[in-house]
Design a protein around this ligand. Structure first.
Ligand code: NAP
Length: 207
């Protein structure tokens, strides 16, 4: 859901995309075909070898396996939207004293991990992209420890149609990941539908 949609959007925004990791290669090929851009299907290893940035968008239980398949990710920017959820997606298995993003960074210490996109439901992504030229854009928080990789992430966020909000170092994922459970509550438990994004407004300080 996240990888397929974001990959499609980035292909349409002009990026070269490799869709990887699914039980069916046919699905990856279909995604590449329907993206209508410079996109193809490949293995996680092929994607990791050639890409400037990798989107990690798998269930928490699949992280070790997908990293193994990706191989050497030294120096790569890994943008992760993966949340550390339990098997039935009802609760975070890491929170408060650490975050999924920090635990991921420990697994791949030579990669440059940025946490982004995990705070919005996949159902809203195409709507945001369609309205990317509107003056008022929804916000999207991201965090990471290294400025160059955060710049790459911010560009990818802008390409989708969000206004990137730098929330600080990777440890801030301790706050953004539980925030997603609030977004999920609003998106999936009400009657209004999951096409939900958020926007922060700042007000000038009165002197
Ligand atoms: N969905 C959302 O709205 C949303 C929002 C925010 C954050 N997130 C987070 O983003 C991450 C991805 O979520 P998602 O909903 O996008 O996931 P998903 O679509 O259910 O799965 C992601 C990919 O993993 C593949 N996969 C699953 N099990 C596999 C296996 N055993 N072998 C090979 N490939 C396998 C799926 O392929 P198959 O086609 O074979 O299943 C799919 O291509 C999660 O950590 C989630 O918590 C999701």
């Amino acid at each position: 859901m996240m990888g397929g949609k974001l990959g499609t959007i980035w292909a349409r925004a002009g990026h070269e995309i490799v869709f990887s990791y699914a039980r069916s290669e046919q699905k990856l090929k279909r995604l590449a075909r329907e993206a209508q851009g410079n996109a193809r299907a490949g293995t996680p290893g092929e994607a990791a070898r050639e890409a400037d940035a990798l989107l990690l968008a798998v269930h928490w239980s699949r992280i070790d396996e997908v990293l193994k398949q990706a191989g050497d990710v030294s120096g790569k920017v890994i943008v992760s939207c993966s949340l550390p959820m339990n098997a039935d997606d009802t609760d975070l298995v890491i929170a408060h004293t650490s975050s999924g993003a920090e635990e991921l960074a420990k697994k791949v210490p030579k990669a440059r991990v940025v946490s982004a996109f995990g705070t919005v439901p996949s159902e809203v992504l195409f709507d945001v992209f369609e309205r990317r030229r509107n003056a008022t854009k929804p916000s999207l928080v991201y965090c990471g420890d290294e400025s160059k990789s955060k710049k790459t992430a911010a560009e990818l966020i802008r390409d989708v149609g969000f206004d990137p909000v730098d929330a600080g170092p990777l440890r801030v994922a301790r706050y953004t990941e539980p925030f997603t459970l609030l977004i999920a509550q609003l998106a999936y438990e009400g009657d209004a539908g999951p096409e939900l994004a958020y926007r922060f407004e700042r007000f000038a300080r009165k002197r």
